[in-house]
Design a protein around this ligand. Structure first.
Ligand code: GLN
Length: 204
């Protein structure tokens, strides 16, 4: 590409700065998005980790919900981590009262799925499309994918322990979602994977 893709990070709540840093380290232009006109100016978007119910309420309050759904429907590349995965899910197993998702990925997601004892943990995951050592994955009150439709590519699952086999990373078209937070580990390979998706989408 001659001009670098600009990737926004939805900045109504959550760990925005960490994603901006990781995207910048991948060579992407990265900027926060809080308003519809800022959304118009980006080629792709990251939905950060945080609290999905709060992000849902704030995107509605800021008039971002409909523009976001339109951009998702028109093929904008979006990466959601943790709460962001919840926002990209077509269905939730246990939505809070009145909670909406943006949708886009044909998955059913269970919030806070790993339970209290293991609310937060780390694991090195094998991730389809990312070579080298396992991807360091940090799970913080993380969701998992209960069901994935036939068009969904499963990129990573938990390897061992009581949650072995649970799906924690998926892709459908230009949408990518992980249960975990690569943005806080210093391992930028998932962000690089996403920026590559953005660059390929821009070439089509
Ligand atoms: N449990 C949070 C939610 O439901 C997600 C946690 C996170 O993003 N670290 O939104």
């Amino acid at each position: 590409m001659t001009s670098e893709a600009v990737v926004g990070v939805l900045a109504v709540q959550g760990d925005v700065r960490e994603h901006l840093t990781a995207l910048t380290a991948c060579g992407a232009g990265a900027r926060p998005v809080r308003r519809p006109d800022e959304l118009d100016a980006v080629d792709a978007l990251v939905l950060p980790g945080g609290e999905s119910t709060t992000i849902d309420k704030l995107t509605r309050a800021f008039g971002l919900r409909d523009p976001l759904r339109e951009r998702v429907a028109s093929g904008m590349p979006v990466y959601g981590s943790c709460a962001g995965m919840i926002l990209l899910a077509d269905r939730l197993t246990d939505a809070a009262a009145g909670q909406l998702t943006l949708g886009g990925i044909d998955i059913t997601v269970r919030r806070n799925a790993f339970g209290r004892q293991v609310e937060s943990f780390e694991e090195d995951l094998s991730f389809a499309g990312i070579d080298g050592p396992g991807v360091r994955a940090v799970f913080i009150r993380a969701p998992w994918v209960d069901e994935a439709g036939p068009g969904v590519e499963i990129l990573a699952s938990i390897g061992a322990g009581p949650a072995a086999g649970r799906i924690v990373a998926v892709r459908q078209g230009n949408l990518l979602a992980t249960s975990f937070h690569p943005e806080i580990t210093g391992d930028i390979r998932v962000h690089r994977f996403f920026v590559e998706m953005v660059r390929s989408a821009a070439r089509v």
